[in-house]
Design a protein around this ligand. Structure first.
Ligand SMILES: Cc1cc2nc3c(=O)[nH]c(=O)nc-3n(C[C@H](O)[C@H](O)[C@H](O)COP(=O)(O)OP(=O)(O)OC[C@H]3O[C@@H](n4cnc5c(N)ncnc54)[C@H](O)[C@@H]3O)c2cc1C
Length: 495
């Protein structure tokens, strides 16, 4: 129970809630026959985070470390059991590319140091190319202080590092599934939660970090735009044919979806292969050897390019060479060949897009996949979630400074405004990229190939494009998002 709040059971169904901090006495009425969630809570917390995935734990860490929130009772509820963890010899098949923005945030929390001590592989260069033409683009992290575009980190490593930095006063409960939540119509009442084990909890602010199928979001009754890409993401750990300076990320767009090799160590990479459900089922059924062969084929083979597209594209490259001599020498590098897929590391995940029209309501805020879900092709999903955590922490800090309560709608709306502006633009770009590459129609293949090659060889254009990518991957500067209008268009679609 919160030290600042006492709950006195006066008679059956009625209880008095006393707030020592504000010196007020409030009356909470719970009549007989009403669902248990609305009866007197067993406990009260200032903040409850529902969901202990990467984003929920990051919120527990960030809010717990906030000086202004240091006297607040914070509880994280995770439905799954706690699994003891030690760094295993083998790499996990679940990894994320953590961008520079996340790295900066994690440095502030003291999380990044733990990640570095455990395991992380920098991406210094990235090559993106496609199977329908010879167009390609490369990026490097030369304008980053450590020269890295991003780092590939196993999800378990990130989670462990975050947990190490959660202050002791933050309570964490595992096996604590939230079964229902009652969100108030306005900020004058509190949120009431009922857990699967029968306990009830009230809170001034509920943070929904409970993933793409969020119960919190459903309880808010907020409109949710979602569609299924009818694709699965196949993940696996790969051993490369030879040890190299493996700091390059490779992504090839195929008509069925992108396939990406993300560096883990000199001779290991992580696979994210997005493809149709049908092909995913087929690929999963293959032996490890046949799967490896199928993978090498889609990375290496060149049998899908259209001869007309190829010749026009080559003429275009020659023309570009006359316009910007020397610049088009950015030659395509050969991707690594895969020696084998490590046994029992293949897994699949359904891929879709989801976006809550509102991230906040009275005394509720959504973060992470509960608020937005994206295709993994740009490696942005969890990075957006960590951005939510940073923004929400700032908003709650300000609310406390201004003497407002934690569930204050004004403060929460500030969080929503800030994050939707950023997230919607990013989501629109990712979805646009997915659609652009999801076609084999020759005119479109030609257009995108000419466009990509022009961007790749013309420094000013490439710098502009890099700034877009940077807005996704590197900086904290939201003003760099020129795709805002595209984002707004998506939002209008949603509303
Ligand atoms: C194949 C693939 C590759 C990806 N690669 C990248 C990448 O490179 N970079 C990147 O940024 N992102 C990537 N992502 C996206 C990233 O994995 C997700 O965005 C991220 O894991 C979402 O984290 P979350 O904490 O918001 O949600 P989740 O991970 O879904 O966590 C939700 C948590 O809430 C708990 N929960 C749910 N309901 C309840 C309840 N009622 N009560 C209590 N607890 C509950 C669950 O047990 C779970 O622990 C990838 C995704 C996929 C599928």
């Amino acid at each position: 129970m919160s030290p600042s709040l006492g709950i006195l059971r006066v008679s059956r169904g009625t209880c008095l809630v006393h707030s020592a901090r504000r010196g007020t006495l409030g009356l909470v009425l719970a009549s007989r026959g009403v669902r248990p969630v609305s009866s007197c809570p067993d406990h009260h917390y200032d903040v409850v985070i529902s969901g202990g995935g990467l984003v929920g734990f990051a919120a527990a860490c960030s809010l717990g470390q906030s000086q202004r929130l240091s006297d607040r009772k914070i509880l994280l509820l995770e439905g799954a059991p706690n699994k003891p963890w030690q760094l295993p010899g083998e790499f996990s098949n679940r990894v994320c590319a953590l961008n520079a923005r996340t790295r900066t945030f994690f440095r502030k929390l003291g999380v990044w140091e733990h990640i570095e001590q455990l395991r992380a592989q920098p991406i210094r260069r990235m090559q993106v190319w496609e199977s329908c033409s010879e167009a390609m683009i490369t990026f490097d992290g030369q304008d980053q202080e450590d020269g890295a575009l991003a780092h590939i980190v196993e999800n378990d490593v990130t989670l462990h590092a975050i947990k190490k930095q959660i202050p002791e006063h933050v309570e964490v409960e595992y096996n604590a599934k939230v079964e229902s939540c009652q969100v108030p119509k306005d900020s004058s009442s509190r949120v009431m939660l009922s857990l699967a084990d029968g306990r009830t909890i009230s809170t001034d602010l509920l943070i929904g970090a409970d993933g793409a199928k969020s119960l919190v979001r459903r309880s808010m009754g907020v409109q949710h735009l979602a569609w299924d890409y009818d694709q699965m993401g196949i993940v696996a750990t790969l051993q490369l044919s030879e040890a190299v300076d493996n700091t390059m990320a490779w992504q090839r767009f195929l008509p069925t979806g992108p396939v990406a090799l993300l560096p883990l160590s000199d001779d290991h990479s992580s696979l994210v292969w997005s493809t149709t459900r049908q092909q995913a089922t087929h690929l999963l059924a293959l032996s490890d050897e046949d799967f490896t062969e199928a993978l090498n084929r889609v990375i290496w083979e060149d049998n899908e390019s259209d001869a007309r597209v190829k010749s026009i594209h080559q003429a275009w490259l020659r023309l570009l060479e006359t316009v910007v001599p020397g610049e088009s020498k950015d030659i395509r590098q050969l991707p690594p060949s895969v020696a084998r897929v490590l046994p029992a590391t293949r897994g699949t995940f359904p891929l879709g897009l989801g976006h809550a029209v509102h991230y906040v309501g009275p005394r509720v805020a959504l973060i992470g996949d509960a608020a937005h879900r994206v295709h993994p092709l740009a490696g942005q999903g969890v990075n957006l979630g960590f951005g939510d955590v940073a923004a929400l922490t700032r908003c709650l800090d300000n609310a406390v400074l201004l003497g407002e309560h934690l569930g204050d709608e004004e403060a929460l709306h500030q969080y929503e405004k800030e994050q939707q502006r950023y997230n919607v633009a990013t989501m629109a770009s990712i979805d646009g990229l997915y659609r652009l590459y999801n076609t084999t129609a020759a005119p479109l293949v030609l257009l995108r190939s000419l466009g990509l090659s022009a961007v790749n060889v013309m420094s000013p254009l490439k710098d502009k494009y890099r700034r877009h990518i940077k807005a996704w991957t590197m900086t904290d500067d939201h003003s760099q998002i020129r795709d805002y209008k595209a984002g707004l268009a998506l939002r209008h679609l949603v509303v």
